[in-house]
Write a protein that binds this ligand. Sequence first.
Ligand code: PLP
Length: 412
Amino acid sequence: MTNTSEQLLDIEKIRKDFPILHREINGKPLVYFDNAATSQTPKQVIDCIVDYYETKNANIHRGVHSLSQIATDAYEAAREKVRAHFNAEHSHEIILTSGTTHSINLVANGYASILKPEDEILVSAMEHHSNIVPWQILCQKTGATLKVIPMSHKGELEMETYKGLINENTKLVFVNHVSNALGTINPIKEIIEIAHDVGAKVLIDGAQSAPHIKADVQALDVDYYTVSAHKICGPTGVGMLYGKEDLLNMLPPYQGGGEMIAEVTFEKTTYAGLPHKFEAGTPNISGGIAFGAALDYMNSIGFDAIAAYEMELLKYATSELQKIEGVTIYGTSPEHKTAVLSFNIENLHPYDIGTLLDKMGIAVRTGHHCAQPIMEFYKIPGTVRASFAFYNTKEEIDAFITALKKAKSMLL
Ligand SMILES: *Cc1c(COP(=O)(O)O)cnc(C)c1O
């Protein structure tokens, strides 16, 4: 890589933090380019989970004993780290969930008792299934209408059409900050402003942006924002729902159970305040604490340096990939997206390419990436998706390009 990128990150030191990057797959060094599906986990986060079970394990928020208090303090400290990272005003606006899917379903379920049949909700054409299906279920329950903000061939949202679709019946707008299938960074600030002009609330699915962009929920004035820890160097099974305090207070509870109540009798139950109202049952305690550790880790590297380094990787990979004959890259230019390359090679099925790359130690995703409407839009069965993280290298991209050429010659 150029001198500048070496200065951006101490990549050798960073790679030492990730034990898995040093293993082999099918007898070849692992090249992990499936970061948009899940990121790898640094030693600091793994150690945090081990430390929890070795020194802190107890149920939280209920024990009178010291260990329970130690676990509770660690869990609440993690919530505070999440709050600070996304710059929420209050830590009780951070609901710790099992991930983005849970977060979205929590909100969708809440609106089932609020929406009316004349209401409309807008989703973008480039959503992950988890930001489509819950809203379809919501519309079935309430009779509200689901409308779609279309995208262009370049893989960008059609903002003029959006402005035409939105009206005073629009109650909710759902858009991902970054598309998982294409990497497109959507103009969410503008989308939010336009929605607020008609009084609609906006949920931004931040699952794919969080690993690359530090979102400030207050500056964005976003109503709900969702994240999965496992895409941002944290463990699976934990994530967040940010919601503005008044909106979260307005929503009914999602699940009933322990922890979320103030008082229970068989006649009537009153609910706990935020955030506990939405955190029924024993949560993923070690996961929540490790989510905080993952944010610490990412921040110690720095999001500006991460973004700049990943942009260099993306530009390099894009130009190398374009040199291969028959390649079509889907989506916008590197400047307008995160480090995702979604592509096909003429006359080859993405699955066959992915299978051969795997034999050469290279992990990419193939298929529809849980975003079938995008594939339908391009009239393709799927794509090969290579997605990069800050711990990937130019050498790995070289290995990927070499393997891709080899796969092409074997298949054609
Ligand atoms: C991964 C992803 C989801 C789903 O996240 P889970 O962690 O599986 O709940 C939703 N939206 C986008 C854009 C994603 O990338």
